[in-house]
Design a protein around this ligand. Structure first.
Ligand SMILES: *Cc1c(COP(=O)(O)O)cnc(C)c1O
Length: 364
C-alpha cells in the first residue's frame, strides 16, 4: 500500500515563482535582478512600520491577538466602518480561500473573468465548486454585463478584480454599482481591490460606499502592494458581519501573525505615504506605457502598478529569455491565459529604464 492524496490536488494550478526561489530578497536585489514579475512595491515599508515590527519582535513568545483588535479598529477608523464588519487575513489570498470554503459546496458555481488573478482557479479546485470563466471584453477590460448575465441560482461566489490583474484595467465605482444592481442578492460578490490605490479614475474609497447598499458585497484589500508589505502577509475584507464571522469560522484562530498585525496597524496611519507612493508609481506608469508604445507595442490602459503588453509579432518565449539574460524578471502571458503578452510591474526609475532598453532589441 502507498499513501494517496486527495483527488482535488490534481485540479490545483500551482504557483510559479516570479524569480528563482531559494534566494533571500536582498540577495536578489544585490545580484542586480530587477524583480518586475510580482507587482510588488520597489520601495521599503515606511520607517515607522519597520519600527513597529521591530518593537513587536520581542513579544514573539506570545501568540498573536486572535481578534486582531488594534488592526481591525484602525481599519474601521480609516474607512468609517465597524470592526465587526472587517475580516483580516494572512494576505488577502487567505481571505479568498476562506470565502470559498465558507460559501461553496460541490456543485455550486464560482464565477470570475479570465484572464484574471492566478489565485482564483484554486477556489473551485479546493471546494469542488464549478468554475465559470467569463472572457474579457474590449480593451482587455472586464465584461461586467456578461459577468452579471452568467450569475445563476447556483452561483455562490462572484469575483471582480478591479483593477484587473493581469490586464491593469479599471472600472469606476459607478459602473461597479450598476453591475451590482444586476447581480442576484444571494451571490456574494468579492471586489478584489489589491491595486485600488493606484487608480486615478475615482476616489479610491468610492467603492466602499457601495457596501451600505449591497450587503452581499465584500471589498478585499491588501497591504502587499501599495504599502510595500508583501513579505508580511496581511490583507483585509470589508463587508457584512456575517461574512466576517463565516471566514473566521473556517480558519485557524491565529491566521494573521503578530508582526503583520503590528505593521498593518501602523501602516494604515500613514496615508500621506500612500499618496507619495501612488504619485511615484503613476510617474513610472506614464513613462513605461509611453516607452512601450513608442516601441510599437499595444498596451491596455493601466490603472495599476504594472503594464499588460501585447508583444504583437514578437515571440513571447524569446522576449522572456532575452529579458532574463539581462537579469530582468517579468511575467509570461501564456500561463496567465493570454499567450503573446507579458506583464511587467513598475520598479524604480532605473529598473524601468533597464527594462525598456533591454526590450527594444528583442522585438521583431
Ligand atoms: C497581489 C494580489 C493580491 C494580494 O494578495 P495578498 O495575499 O494580499 O498578498 C490579491 N488580489 C490580486 C488580484 C492580486 O494581484
Amino acid at each position: 500500500m502507498t499513501v494517496t492524496y486527495a483527488e482535488k490536488l490534481a485540479r490545483m494550478p500551482g504557483y510559479q515563482a516570479g524569480v528563482p526561489t531559494g534566494q533571500a530578497p536582498e540577495a536578489i536585489a544585490a545580484g542586480g535582478i530587477a524583480q518586475l514579475a510580482s507587482n510588488e512595491s520597489p520601495r521599503s515599508p515606511h520607517p515607522k512600520v519597520v519600527e513597529a515590527i521591530a518593537r513587536a519582535a520581542s513579544s514573539m513568545n506570545r501568540y498573536p491577538d486572535p481578534d486582531a483588535t488594534l488592526l481591525r479598529r484602525r481599519l474601521a477608523d480609516r474607512y468609517d466602518s465597524q470592526p465587526g464588519n472587517i475580516a483580516v487575513g494572512n494576505g488577502s489570498c487567505d481571505l479568498l480561500l476562506a470565502a470559498a470554503s465558507a460559501l461553496c459546496e460541490p456543485g455550486d458555481e464560482i464565477l470570475y473573468a479570465w484572464p484574471s488573478f492566478s489565485m482564483y482557479p484554486y477556489l473551485p479546485a479546493l471546494t469542488g465548486a464549478r468554475e465559470v470563466r467569463v472572457p474579457l471584453g474590449e480593451g482587455d477590460a472586464l465584461d461586467l454585463d456578461a459577468m452579471a448575465t452568467e450569475a445563476t441560482a447556483a452561483t455562490q461566489l462572484l469575483i471582480v478584480c478591479n483593477p484587473n490583474n493581469p490586464t491593469a484595467t479599471h472600472h469606476p465605482a459607478t459602473e461597479i454599482g450598476a453591475f451590482l444592481e444586476k447581480v442576484p442578492a444571494h451571490v456574494t460578490v468579492i471586489l478584489d481591490e489589491a491595486y485600488i490605490e493606484f487608480q486615478t479614475n475615482d476616489d479610491p474609497d468610492a467603492s466602499l460606499d457601495l457596501t451600505a447598499d449591497f450587503p452581499n458585497l465584500v471589498v478585499l484589500r491588501t497591504f502587499s502592494k501599495c504599502y510595500g508589505l508583501a513579505g508580511l502577509r496581511v490583507g483585509y475584507a470589508i463587508g457584512s458581519s456575517n461574512f466576517r464571522a463565516a471566514v473566521d469560522t473556517v480558519r485557524q484562530p491565529f491566521s494573521v501573525n503578530a508582526l503583520a498585525q503590528a505593521a498593518g496597524a501602523e501602516a494604515i496611519l500613514h496615508q500621506d505615504d500612500v499618496l507619495a507612493r501612488v504619485e511615484a508609481t503613476v510617474a513610472e506608469r506614464i513613462r513605461v506605457q509611453e516607452g512601450v508604445t513608442e516601441l510599437g507595442l499595444a498596451v491596455s490602459e493601466s490603472q495599476a502598478n504594472f503594464s499588460w503588453i501585447d508583444l504583437g509579432d514578437s515571440d513571447e518565449a524569446a522576449v522572456l529569455a532575452g529579458l532574463s539574460a539581462a537579469d530582468i524578471a517579468v511575467r509570461a502571458g501564456a500561463p496567465l491565459g493570454d499567450p503573446g503578452h507579458i506583464r511587467v510591474s513598475y520598479g524604480t526609475a532605473e529598473e524601468d529604464d533597464r527594462f525598456l532598453t533591454a526590450l527594444a532589441p528583442l522585438l521583431s
